[in-house]
Design a protein around this ligand. Structure first.
Ligand code: ADP
Length: 255
C-alpha cells in the first residue's frame, strides 16, 4: 500500500513538472514570455539558490560548494525569477545525474562592468555521469535526452535545457556546455544585469579625494609646499595660507 502511494506521488510530481515544462515551452514559442527589469538583492538570490541546491545535495548524499569570485554588488536590476529558473534547471540536472558521493560546484563571477551594466559568469560543474561528445550539439533541442532510457531511469521531459537556453538568450546571454562521459559536466552561463543606483548611493558614502577641500595653515613655507606636493596628485582641492587670520578671512570670503 505504502509503495503504491509513493508511486502515485512520484507520478503526480512527474506529470506536474511535465505540464509546467510544456506550458513554459509553448509560452516561449508564442512569444509571450517577457523579461522583467526589477531591482533585486543578489545576495538573497544566491542564498535561496544555495538553500535549495544544498538541500537537494544533502538528501542525495552529494557535496555542494559555492564560490564567489571578486566583488559583487548587493543590488542589480533584472529578472531574478527567470535567473533562478535557469540556475535551478541546470543545478537540478547536476543533482539528478550525479551519483552518491559526487560533488556539485557553483561559481559566480562578475567579469565586466561597463555602461551601467555588469556581466556575470555562472559556472555549474558536476562530477556526474557526463555525456557523450556526439550528444552535446543536440542537448538544447526540445525533447532531447541522451538516450531513450533516461526518462525511465531519471524522469524528465527533455525540455528543461531548451527552455533554459531560450530564457538565457532573452536576457542577452549565452550558455555553453562541456562534458565527458563518466567524469562530469560543466555548464557556463554568461549574461548581463543592469547596475542599481542603490549601490551607487552606498558607494557615495565613502569619501573620494576629489570631493574634498583642504585648507592648510602653516607659517613655514617648506611645510606648505610639502603639503601641496603630497596632495596635488590625489585630486584634493588644496589652499594654503600662512596665518590663522588669513584662514579666517578666506573662510568668511567663501561663505
Ligand atoms: P530532462 O528533463 O531530461 O532533464 P533537459 O533538457 O534538462 O531534460 O536535459 C536533457 C538531457 O541532457 C538529459 O535528459 C540528460 O541526458 C542530459 N543532461 C543534462 N544535464 C546533464 C548533466 N548535468 N549530466 C549528465 N547529463 C545531463
Amino acid at each position: 500500500m505504502q509503495k503504491h502511494l509513493e508511486q502515485i506521488g512520484h507520478s503526480a510530481r512527474y506529470l506536474l513538472s511535465l505540464i509546467n515544462d510544456i506550458l513554459d515551452m509553448s509560452r516561449i514559442e508564442s512569444g509571450r514570455v517577457t523579461i522583467k527589469n526589477e531591482e533585486f538583492s543578489f545576495e538573497e538570490f544566491l542564498e535561496q539558490i544555495k538553500i535549495m541546491v544544498g538541500g537537494q545535495c544533502r538528501d542525495k548524499g552529494l557535496h555542494f560548494y559555492c564560490n564567489i569570485i571578486g566583488k559583487i554588488n548587493q543590488y542589480y536590476i533584472g529578472d531574478d525569477t527567470k535567473l533562478k529558473q535557469i540556475m535551478m534547471n541546470i543545478l537540478g540536472n547536476a543533482v539528478k545525474f550525479t551519483n552518491v558521493g559526487g560533488s556539485i560546484t557553483l561559481e559566480v563571477e562578475c567579469t565586466a562592468n561597463y555602461e551601467g551594466q555588469s556581466n556575470f559568469r555562472f559556472t555549474m560543474k558536476d562530477t556526474g555521469i557526463g555525456m557523450d561528445q556526439s550528444y552535446l550539439p543536440k542537448i538544447f533541442d526540445a525533447f532531447s535526452q541522451e538516450d531513450a532510457t533516461t526518462t525511465s531511469s531519471y524522469g524528465g521531459s527533455g525540455l528543461g535545457l531548451a527552455i533554459t537556453k531560450n530564457i538565457v538568450e532573452m536576457m542577452n546571454g549565452t550558455i555553453t556546455v562541456e562534458s565527458e562521459k563518466g567524469v562530469g559536466s560543466t555548464f557556463t552561463v554568461n549574461l548581463p544585469l543592469k547596475n542599481s543606483s542603490q549601490n551607487l548611493a552606498e558607494e557615495e558614502l565613502t569619501i573620494r579625494p576629489q570631493d574634498l577641500k583642504i585648507l592648510f595653515i602653516d607659517d613655514d613655507i617648506v611645510s606648505r609646499d610639502h603639503a601641496k606636493a603630497i596632495l596635488a596628485d590625489s585630486g584634493v582641492e588644496l589652499e594654503t595660507v600662512e596665518t590663522g587670520k588669513e584662514a579666517l578671512d578666506l573662510i568668511t570670503l567663501h561663505n
